[in-house]
Design a protein. Structure first.
Length: 310
């Protein structure tokens, strides 16, 4: 009896961690300095490595990560970015009843997979995104700014007050500033300004695998020419200086918890990347400064339904 009680106690103690550590996807593309925080242990993210619940994936100045999830969902993580794999529940057919990730900061591309659109939730420090059969790019900063460009389907962008704006396909753009007000470009000129900051994959898709590319020609001038990923001669924007790794204010998010987006760690700096250590996340302006395009007018519909202009 004593032996049985000991065995039951042992299984009960390890079961939560076993369940928590299940693989939900794979890092099918890893470039340069990309780092993994798993259960508080930091190291390099290896190409082909499993992605587990609770993982925090961070990239430095030259890092790129492409993740293929079990349900076919794809997320590309650009340089100076950080993503928490927060809560993903798969059933036996590899579709998710819940799919929640937390974009601590940086620039990302998202393709939905075989799971129901209602299962998806992409969170930032100041907003939540829901989807409807979607391919889109988005950028977020630790100061709460969010920008979205939708290429296929529709994104529902909501602020913390529960007000939402619908962002349909065709490179339609909208965002939220640090005060929670919506930003909706009202014409092509304002949209071009809006796309200047935080959308590296609109400018150049050559870093991505073919199945992570999409047609961005609807974004107009400055976009790479379609799904082939050719760049039109414009290099990505210069990256911000690396944060001081000795400054605790720039410390990264930890695995398994809620995002610390409000207190630092939006985007990964490249500190010590070439010397064997993960770069400490900093507060790079992944989503750009306070966007001036459009202003808060035109998207303040409470509870959703306002549609962003192209």
């Amino acid at each position: 009896m004593k032996l049985l009680e000991t065995a039951i106690f042992f299984l009960a103690s390890i079961l939560p961690s076993v369940l928590f550590a299940q693989s939900v996807g794979q890092a099918v593309g890893v470039s340069q300095n990309a780092f993994l925080n798993r259960d508080g242990r930091e190291g390099y993210l290896e190409p082909g490595g499993d992605v587990l619940l609770g993982d925090v994936i961070t990239t430095g100045n030259s890092g790129q990560v492409q993740i293929l999830f079990k349900d076919g969902t794809k997320i590309a993580i650009s340089q100076n970015s950080s993503l928490i794999i927060e809560r993903i529940l798969f059933d036996g057919s590899n579709t998710a009843s819940e799919f929640t990730v937390n974009a601590v900061g940086g620039a990302f591309r998202f393709f939905s997979g075989n799971s129901s659109p209602s299962s998806y939730s992409i969170r930032t420090s100041n907003a939540t995104m829901g989807i409807r059969g979607t391919a889109f790019d988005f950028a977020a900063s630790t100061r709460g700014q969010v920008r979205v460009a939708t290429f296929a389907g529709e994104v529902q962008l909501c602020n913390q007050a529960g007000e939402c704006v619908a962002i349909p396909d065709g490179c339609t753009t909208a965002g939220i500033d640090s005060s929670g007000q919506f930003i909706v470009p009202e014409n092509e000129e304002e949209r071009a300004v809006f796309l200047e900051a935080g959308f590296p994959y609109v400018r150049n898709q050559s870093w991505l695998r073919q199945d992570f590319r999409t047609d961005v020609r609807s974004c107009g001038a400055g976009g790479s020419s379609g799904v082939d990923g050719r760049d039109e001669g414009r290099a990505p924007s210069p990256e911000p200086p690396a944060p001081d790794p000795t400054n605790p204010a720039t410390g990264g998010a930890r695995a398994g918890g809620e995002s610390s987006a409000g207190s630092g760690g939006a985007t990964a700096g490249d500190t010590d990347a070439g010397r064997g250590g993960p770069g400490a996340p900093g507060d790079a302006e992944a989503a750009g400064g306070e966007a001036s395009a459009g202003g808060p007018g035109g998207a303040s519909a409470g509870g959703g339904g306002a549609s962003a202009g192209k």
